[in-house]
Design a protein around this ligand. Structure first.
Ligand code: ATP
Ligand code: MG
Length: 719
């Protein structure tokens, strides 16, 4: 999984941008509960008044306050507040015209003594106990200022049991009273406050959403980009694989790895970029904020522990299954591929039923496992929701008690609830990702198995340049064994082919003809001995250089979807029209291509299914001939042709070769095809049973004689 991260390297700028955006989003998201708390506490509870110190005090109250302040405290008060008359521009428009004291602009908060004097003066004015008429009280205070000391002592006594929050609430209530006294519309004050905070919240929420969208967008782009590169790399790597690696992975698995597995990795990268950063940032910042409220944090702590335990259980139950899922997808792919490719054979042998069962089994195995996994997930999610709800209820219950005893504000409790939800959700997300990571790392591992498989056939470090012109090709005591096979398929093969020569191979099925000629384009490397081109071991050239001089026609004709022309140009994209024409004529394909509706532009369907077997074979030959090669290899390509076409083709080919001096290797089953070759090599169980011209072999080689007689008599009988 870590290795997959290196695919993010080209996108480092995006990754940084995503981190920044996620950070911004978290900050914004987490600011919201605080604002909500302010709206509830100050906006709703305190009527929009945030400070226990009034902005303005009526002169009447000020005159009362002075009874409860010492000289120096009065001084301090006058430093902070100043009298403002109705004519002053800063005079509050709603006031009744009498003088008020307003806080000086930019002044610091008044001292606690001032605050206290204000509170006592206000409380006494409202006459809370109803025992004494306030006017009377003020009059007696005026007469006997020393009384103030008594009153203050009484107030201290009264307020002893008050918590800080309660005291603040009381003070703010007095401020509100005072404002009403002055004539200020406190309701408007409250509405303005709520509106103001609400708008800020809205703005913050908007910014958070924008950041979330931007980071999602970038994350998706980065992940898809990284995975495109990954698929590219897999494909390039697979292209360089030799048959050995193909058989190691199986085509179906290679396809799953390039598609499904990469998809899994892409998913996790997107999640990682977005959520893995988001959740812990959110979780930890919330946790930090929550720690302010110790009494509730414990509840949350237990909930988190419970969730972690639950996650560990899920983890152990599901992870091993996820590993199996990917293998099953492989299996399903394999079965599907095999059946689609072999559809005709399946129908011919009426095996649809068995095949259906085979597919059903692969399919239902996968389905069963997926259902199981989904069930586990389905159980997990309500349990999680239950835990979350339970925690909410607990928080509200405990919080309500706290509010009751005055240790907490309602707004704070609500904020806590939100932070707690953030913490829990973050933990849940992180846990989910921990479930997904192993699943994707199974996929990542499968991808890197492919990427890290070194092809068994590779280019030399210091390749030699390929000699120009026609060259002699030598097989020098070549032996070959397929990887993992027990026996050599080819044993001590030696022969030389000069430029312009035609070398033919004949032998029974499985005698190693295809294997032998596949050594030349290095589809496999020899086990012992060497194949030389112009005297140089072919392993000293790059595969690209070497193959550029070889025109190869495989035993099984393969065409690609496109047109006749695009298939021919597959050999050499710069081939001129003339060359293509000649290739078609030599390969005897011209006659049927000309008869096609669109001629050379005739579309060819995938796998060349819209042409006959023989036509496909001839187009394959034409493709090889479209290339100006030094060596042409025909692996049993003429047996699909009728005798007449076979003969015409060979004749045309010979003419062409005489001009180009190319070397031709022909594998054939029919003696007539190769009778006139310059050299015939008879293979028998991987060994050379004889080599020479037809006439020589007829005299000396028993194996050749056997083949020749069987065919001649057959021809005589058959024709
Ligand atoms: N990829 C492979 N892995 C292992 N063994 C292989 C592989 N391909 C071929 N063989 C074995 O090598 C032997 C020679 O196969 P080869 O294809 O060269 O025969 P051939 O002479 O071309 O036969 P035919 O005339 O049927 O095309 C066979 O016994 C076959 O079982
Ligand atoms: Mg063969």
């Amino acid at each position: 999984m870590i290795k997959a991260m290196r695919y993010l390297k080209p996108f480092w700028l995006s990754v940084i941008a995503i981190i920044a955006l996620v950070f911004v989003q978290v900050q914004f998201d987490l600011a919201l509960p605080d604002y909500m708390s302010r709206i509830v506490t100050y906006g709703i509870q305190y009527g929009g008044i945030t400070s226990p110190q009034p902005e303005m005090i009526s002169s009447e109250t000020v005159s009362h306050m002075k009874y409860f302040m010492s000289e120096s405290e009065i001084n301090d008060f006058e430093n902070t507040y100043q009298p403002v008359s109705a004519s002053d521009p800063s005079y509050p428009s709603e006031a009744d015209g009498s003088e008020v004291w307003m806080k000086k602009e930019g002044s610091e908060a008044a001292s606690a003594a001032v605050e206290k004097a204000f509170m006592i003066a206000s409380v006494l004015s409202t006459n809370p106990s109803g025992e004494m008429d306030p006017a009377q009280l003020w009059a007696s205070l005026e007469a006997n200022p020393a009384m103030a000391q008594n009153i203050m002592a009484m107030a201290d006594e009264q307020l002893e049991g008050y918590t800080e929050d309660n005291l603040k609430a009381l003070k703010i209530m007095m401020v509100r009273n005072e404002y009403n006294l002055i004539g200020i519309n406190t309701e408007k004050l409250q509405n303005d406050f709520i509106l103001h905070e609400g708008l800020i919240m809205l703005g913050i929420a908007l910014c958070a959403s924008l950041a979330a969208m931007a980071s999602s967008f970038l994350a998706a782009r980065t992940a898809t980009g990284a995975c495109r590169n990954m698929r590219d790399d897999i494909f390039t790597r697979v292209e360089s694989f030799s048959s050995e690696e193909f058989s190691k992975f199986s085509t179906a698995s290679l396809i799953t790895r390039t598609t499904n597995d990469v998809q899994q990795v892409q998913q996790i990268i997107t999640m990682m970029l977005r959520i893995v950063l988001f959740a812990p940032m959110m979780g930890f910042t919330s946790l930090f904020k929550v720690l302010r409220y110790k009494s509730l944090a414990a509840v949350l702590g237990w909930a988190v522990v419970l969730m972690i335990v639950l996650m560990i259980i899920t983890y152990t139950v599901t992870i091993p299954k996820f590993r199996i899922v990917q293998q099953m997808v492989d299996r399903l792919n394999l079965v599907t591929r095999e059946q689609l490719e072999g559809m005709l054979v399946i129908r011919a042998f009426n095996n649809q039923k068995t095949e259906e069962e085979r597919f059903d089994k692969a399919n239902s195995d996968l389905t069963k496992l997926n259902i199981y996994l989904n069930r586990v997930m389905a159980v997990i999610s309500p349990v999680m929701t239950f835990i979350m709800s339970a925690v909410s209820i607990l928080i509200i219950w405990i919080g309500a008690n706290q509010v009751d005893i005055g240790a907490m504000q309602i707004g704070d409790m609500m904020a806590f609830l939100q932070y707690a939800t953030h913490v829990l959700i973050s933990f849940m997300i992180v846990a989910m990702i921990f479930i997904m990571i192993p699943r994707s790392s199974v996929s990542a591992k499968r991808i890197f198995e492919v990427l890290e498989t070194e092809p068994s056939i590779h280019d030399p470090k210091n390749p030699k340049t390929l000699p120009a012109g026609a060259q002699t090709i030598t097989f020098d005591h070549v032996s070959f064994r397929y990887p993992k096979a027990e026996m050599n398929v080819l044993e001590d093969i030696s022969f030389t082919a000069k430029p312009g020569e035609t070398v033919a191979f004949i032998g029974s099925t499985g005698s190693g003809k295809s294997t032998l000629i596949n050594l030349l384009p290095r589809f496999f490397d020899v086990t012992e001995g060497a194949v030389r081109y112009g005297g140089v071991d072919i392993r000293e050239f790059t595969q690209n250089d070497l193959r550029s001089v070889i025109g190869y026609v495989p035993q099984k004709g393969v065409l690609f979807s496109g047109t006749v022309e695009s298939n021919l140009k597959y050999a050499d994209e710069n081939a001129s029209e003339e060359t293509l024409r000649r290739a078609l004529e030599v390969s005897q394909a011209a006659e049927f291509v000309d008869r096609m509706e669109h001629g050379i532009e005739e579309p060819i369907s995938q796998g060349g299914t819209n042409v006959s077997g023989g036509q496909k074979q001839r187009l394959s030959i034409a493709r090889a001939l479209s290339k100006d090669a030094r060596v042409y290899i025909f692996d049993d390509t003429f047996s699909a042709l009728d005798y007449q076409t076979d003969a015409k083709l060979r004749e045309a080919l010979n003419r062409m070769i005489r001009e180009t001096k190319a070397t031709v290797f022909i594998v054939a089953q029919r003696i007539s095809t190769i009778m006139h070759a310059d050299r015939i090599i008879v293979l028998d169980q991987g060994r050379i049973a004889g080599q020479g011209k037809h006439e020589e072999l007829m005299k000396t080689c028993e194996v050749y004689q056997e083949i020749a007689y069987s065919q001649l008599s057959q021809e005589e009988l058959g024709v």
